[in-house]
Design a protein around this ligand. Structure first.
Ligand code: ADP
Ligand code: MG
Length: 253
């Protein structure tokens, strides 16, 4: 099994705040890797560094063996790495299908392609992925009228439109009704097993991590605290202490 992403000794500060300190971790291909830790422990910062949103101060980040720490977001996206955000970023006045189509420029040669007519193959792909996330019957609804959970599913489907090799998800279940969370977890798992997409998931909710991830990294105060199977990490005393000392809820939000 090879690693799609290899992070080595990465540090990142904002002024006096050290958000990430000497972090090393691997994201193996075809697996779901979880990233947990209390609020402010540096999870989103690490994602931002990996996808090229900001430069790192020290260390190395490789994607498929290629150094990417000096690349910007669009370049890294074209290599096949995409992320979603804590807040959904959909076009709320457009219907689901249009959102799917408009998400495509990540993998093509710039935004001018947005104005070309879409081929039957692209339309079919949009429908197929909307079906995959359970939104096919709502594909012509204005996306702003969907529930928050459905908007998250749409955002997930939009990322899948670009056929990423790896998808970084920042708290995909945050703000979602607990009864819908299992459906979302099932879709995320199937993205790996059926579509072959590697996932790297920041998740606040411990039961979700237990269900979803094959292996888990835990950050605390910007440092890597623990790494192992979800079971190992959940029972790690250092992790439990970080949870108690931080703001991370073990059950839900
Ligand atoms: P998490 O996602 O684990 O909650 P973050 O990575 O968002 O943590 O934040 C880690 C630390 O870095 C926090 O102390 C936060 O205030 C700080 N931080 C994050 N982004 C910035 C920024 N753009 N400017 C200044 N400080 C930041
Ligand atoms: Mg965050």
């Amino acid at each position: 099994m090879s690693n799609l992403i290899e992070v080595r000794n990465v540090s990142k500060s904002f002024g006096g705040v050290v958000a990430n300190r000497d972090i090393s971790l691997d994201v193996p291909e075809g697996r779901v890797t979880g990233l947990i830790g209390p609020n402010g422990s540096g999870k989103t910062t690490l994602f931002n560094s990996i996808v090229g949103y900001h430069p790192i101060d020290e260390g190395s980040i490789q994607f498929e063996g290629q150094e990417i720490s000096d690349m910007m977001v669009p370049e890294i996206a074209r290599l096949g790495m995409l992320r979603t955000f804590q807040q959904t970023r959909i076009y709320s006045k457009m219907d689901c299908v249009k959102n799917m189509l408009i998400s495509l420029p990540h993998r093509t040669e710039g935004y001018s392609s947005m104005f070309k007519p879409y081929g039957a193959e692209t339309m079919e792909k949009a429908d197929r992925l909307l079906e995959f996330v359970g939104l096919y019957s709502k594909r012509h609804l204005i996306s702003g009228d969907l529930s928050f959970g459905q908007q998250k599913l749409l955002e997930f489907a939009m990322a899948l439109m670009n056929e990423p090799k790896v998808l970084l998800l920042d708290e995909p279940t945050a703000g979602i009704n607990p009864t819908l969370i299992n459906g979302l977890i099932d879709r995320l798992r199937r993205a790996t097993t059926e579509l072959g997409i590697t996932l790297f998931v920041i998740e606040h909710n411990m039961p979700v991590v237990m269900n979803l991830a094959d292996n888990v990294y835990c950050l605390a105060n910007g440092r890597l605290l623990a790494h192992g199977t979800p079971d190992e990490v959940q029972n790690d005393e250092r992790v439990i202490n970080a949870y108690l000392g931080g703001h991370l809820e073990m059950e839900d939000h």
